[in-house]
Design a protein around this ligand. Structure first.
Ligand code: HEM
Length: 295
């Protein structure tokens, strides 16, 4: 599959005409056992997509209500009505602007990002796919750079160790976004696809942190390795796990979809299905504990 995706001489427009995002290769050329496992892989990816869509849009709605509404109505200081690490400080023009652009970029990313992985939309409206992709990568980089500023220059961090985990995430976002962009421009379509998916998962590390944390709290019926400063053993492990685990699952998926081994595909489908169920618990937990109370 990657061979097809990497065929030289394709136009930029053909970026949207090749198997992409969540689509495994055509099934018709495979033996029946491999067709079944590939179908399971495709279904598990679709299941993951639906749960992620609900979770992303609920997060976007929270951001719209808690941040965009006060900013648009001319009372940006009202974002402090919900607990913040630093929040809005009267007189800190640069810090406030970066905080507001950081969270509003996060809202747009959560609203628009997953559309990039929806094959139907990409085929029907390829221009939208290209512009949305550029917007996503630009906003992701803006989010990473402004986040690094807020954490290390403005001093908005609960603990140094926890801040290191999210800062590595920020640096990886910059690397993955640049590589996704460069491979698209150079028509390395297989590489572009994989780096775009990695960039998507990295950009959503902070969202996944919230899902994992609240799922953990629900499963343990309360804190277990958590502290108020988010520097307990679980908090610190998850501050890097929230992007490394999704990236590892994506690597498993990439290998399974291009493999002719049904076992590998069943394993990958099982891992994706099980992690989607955990993700569903996290969406429920984040909605219950973090987002709904502020709406
Ligand atoms: C590009 C991906 C990112 C997105 C989508 C994102 C999104 C957000 C959102 C929505 C908030 C508000 C949280 C809430 O009210 O619950 C927030 C706050 C914050 N983010 Fe990010 N973020 C991203 C990356 C980062 C990175 C890489 C860092 C640090 C290196 C960072 C540092 C912060 C800090 C310090 C705050 C708290 C500011 C305060 O409360 O004063 N973010 N982020």
């Amino acid at each position: 599959m990657n061979g097809i995706l990497s065929m030289p001489g394709r136009s930029a427009e053909s970026l949207v005409d090749v198997p992409h995002t969540l689509e495994p290769p055509a099934r018709s050329t495979l033996p029946p056992s491999a067709q079944r496992s590939l179908k399971a892989l495709r279904l598990s990816a679709g299941f993951w997509f639906l749960i992620a869509l609900v979770g992303q849009w609920l997060f976007a709605w929270y951001i719209a209500m808690v941040y965009a509404r006060p900013v648009l109505s001319g009372t940006p200081e009202a974002i402090n009505n919900t607990a913040k690490i630093t929040g809005y400080i009267v007189g800190d023009g640069l810090g406030n602007s970066l905080l507001i652009s950081h969270v509003l970029a996060g809202g747009l990313i959560s609203m628009l990002g997953l559309l990039q992985l929806w094959p139907w939309l990409r085929r029907r409206v390829p221009g939208l796919h290209r512009w949305n992709g550029r917007l996503f990568l630009a906003l992701g980089m803006l989010g990473a750079l402004s986040g690094l500023y807020l954490t290390w220059i403005r001093g908005s961090r609960l603990s140094d160790l926890g801040a290191i985990g999210i800062s590595i995430n920020g640096i990886l976002i910059l690397i993955a976004a640049v590589l996704a962009w460069v491979h698209a421009r150079n028509r390395n379509l297989g590489q572009h696809r994989q780096w775009a998916i990695r960039a998507f998962l990295l950009v959503n590390g902070v969202w996944m942190f919230r899902l994992g944390l609240t799922a953990w709290l629900l499963l343990n019926q309360g804190p277990n390795g958590n502290t108020a400063k988010l520097d307990g053993p679980f908090d610190l492990a998850w501050s890097v796990g929230c992007y490394l685990v999704p990236i590892a699952l994506a690597e498993l998926y990439f290998r399974a979809e291009s493999s002719r081994s049904p076992t590998r595909q069943w394993l990958s489908a099982g891992a994706l299905g099980a992690s989607s169920l955990l993700m569903a618990l996290g969406v429920f937990g984040a909605w219950l504990m973090l987002w709904r109370p502020h709406l």
